[in-house]
Write a new protein. Structure first.
Length: 158
């Protein structure tokens, strides 16, 4: 879709949308080198542009809230490198708060039913519950890895 079509859908100024495009906040958008016109994917979502979280819990909580609002999240929004961003996403998926969906080569993040329930909480309560969920997921992952190592007979090496 064109910038104008996206603008009418998300009710933001063309200037704002061009800023998002320059910053890479609309994945899959492609600029025609000859005309300078942008082609934005049909399924593109308005990016999350709320206050930038600084702590791991706050980052995770804002990701769940953004997904619940059907806003797009990308590493640049949080000033994270892609691998660190994926680590947060993996933890939220493992905690059953987010799920991934890919359409036309663009990955979107949706809140699960559990994530929707958590996103309705106030900021501090959400951060606390997300932290507890992530702690549980991390413990389960570590236990799973430890069990796999022991079952494989590699425990003697460690």
């Amino acid at each position: 879709m064109t910038v104008s079509e996206f603008q009418s859908r998300c009710k933001k100024s063309v200037k704002t949308i061009h800023s998002w495009l320059r910053q890479g906040y609309l994945p899959g958008a492609v600029q025609d080198p000859a005309t300078g016109e942008w082609d934005i994917p049909e399924h593109a979502r308005e990016p999350y542009t709320g206050t930038r979280a600084k702590t791991a819990r706050a980052i995770c909580a804002s990701m769940v809230q953004a997904a619940n609002r059907r806003q797009h999240i990308v590493p640049a929004l949080y000033h994270l490198d892609p691998s660190e961003f994926e680590g947060y996403i993996d933890a939220l998926v493992d905690a059953d708060l987010l799920c991934r969906r890919t359409v036309d080569g663009v990955t979107y993040y949706d809140a699960t039913l559990k994530g929707q329930e958590y996103a309705s909480l106030s900021g501090d309560k959400l951060k606390k519950l997300v932290g507890e969920c992530l702690s549980t997921a991390v413990v389960a992952i570590v236990k799973g890895c430890t069990s796999a190592v022991l079952e494989a007979g590699l425990g003697k090496v460690i």
